[in-house]
Design a binder for this molecule. Structure first.
Ligand code: PLP
Length: 367
């Protein structure tokens, strides 16, 4: 008997999520000492220093299990959003929430609707739970088509996954489209607003999904500590939702899903206004620089509202390999259905400059 024959065919056919290439791996392969990684939308400044100090201290008690209820961190997040603590679900990264939602609400015969070219985990989580992953085409190349998503919802839809900003395109949908979708969404659908890059957005018409929660709708707002707080490596994120939905998430989570180190980092990191301010500043300057340089090189890109940017370079796989040889890791986009594009995370000024120099060389345009 083969184990593959014992699981759902949709699960047997899955391919694991392909993350950005780790720096150490490239350094090992090339035998070089100074590769840079602009591939996973991480915080180039490092972790929040306040979080780091708290996590170092928490290590002293690493022999103890974490607080499984995440009491203090959950309260702090609840205070930040001015909501009751029962509405907060703390998780080991927001990806955990996506998987738990799929596990709870999907099974064969039911479906999740989301946009094509959206965050890859939506399709994986839906298929892993045995559900149908229903991807809806984008509009105008790079934008979630919320009207088409509303059309795709049927009696068997249980989840709509929306990333806003969307990864990898970096574009956003605005308040009017979101309100139109909500008005058309039946009550049996869990509406997941994945706002991993929320803090980076400056657009005045960007909808904060938290403002739309009520007792009738099932909206799940997801945020993460992986981006603006610089804690991707310790895995911490959360969902805000109705208490009855949060209690279901607790029913199926691991007993200690957020490490004690992560909980300490979250509690201290939330107070680190200075780190957040600097992160936004570095990102805005880096984004402006990359846009300027892409324009100079004649490369097309959609306007990004996050800490990364999608750029059309021609043969994406070839340019990616070329950049790797120059010690620069970005993200090839073939797996996302964009073989002509690369996704570049905004780095420190010197990293951005190194990327542009390597890109110019890779494209054969060096002076
Ligand atoms: C849209 C989106 N959602 C969720 C995540 C995952 O975040 P976390 O590190 O909290 O699991 C990412 C990370 O790249 C993302 O781009």
């Amino acid at each position: 008997m083969k184990p593959h024959e014992l699981v759902l065919p949709t699960v047997a056919a899955l391919h694991p999520y392909e993350p950005g290439k780790p720096i150490e791996e490239l350094q090992r392969e090339l035998g070089i000492g100074e590769a840079i990684k602009l591939a996973s939308n991480e915080n180039p400044l490092g972790p929040s220093p306040l979080a780091l100090a708290a996590m170092r201290q928490a290590l002293d008690e690493a022999n103890r299990y974490p607080d499984g209820s995440c009491w203090a961190a959950g309260r702090k997040v609840a205070e930040r959003h001015n909501v009751a603590p029962e509405r907060i679900f703390m998780a080991g990264g927001s990806v955990e929430v996506l998987n738990l939602l799929a596990f709870l609400f999907l099974r064969p015969g039911l479906n999740a609707v989301f946009s094509e070219h959206s965050f890859a985990i939506y399709a994986l989580a839906a298929a892993a739970a045995g559900g149908e992953a229903r991807a809806v085409p984008m509009k105008d190349g790079y934008y979630l088509d919320l009207d088409a998503i509303a059309e795709a919802i049927d009696a068997n839809t249980r989840i709509v996954f929306l990333d806003n900003p969307t990864n990898p395109a970096g574009t956003i949908f605005r308040r009017a489209e979101w309100e139109r979708l909500l008005a058309r969404t039946p009550e049996h659908v869990v509406m997941v607003a994945d706002e991993a890059y929320f803090e980076f957005v400056r657009d005045p018409d960007y909808p904060d999904s938290l403002a739309y929660h009520d007792e009738r709708r099932m909206i799940v707002t997801m945020r993460t500590f992986s981006k603006i707080f610089g804690l991707a490596g310790v895995r911490a994120g959360y969902a805000v939702a109705r208490p009855d939905l949060v209690s279901l998430l607790h029913n199926v989570r691991q007993p200690f899903n957020v490490t004690s180190i992560a909980q300490a980092g979250v509690i201290a990191g939330l107070d680190d206004r200075e780190h957040m301010r600097r992160t936004l500043e570095v990102n805005a300057e880096g984004m402006a620089y990359l846009e300027r340089e892409f324009r100079r090189l004649g490369l097309a890109y959609p306007k990004s509202h996050a800490n990364f940017i999608l750029v059309e370079v021609g043969d994406g796989a070839a340019v990616y390999q070329n950049l790797l040889r120059g010690g620069v890791i970005v993200r090839p986009m073939g797996g996302y259905g964009w073989p002509r594009h690369l996704r570049v995370s905004v780095g420190l000024p010197e990293e951005n400059r190194r990327l542009i120099a390597a890109l110019e060389k890779a494209l054969g345009r060096a002076a």
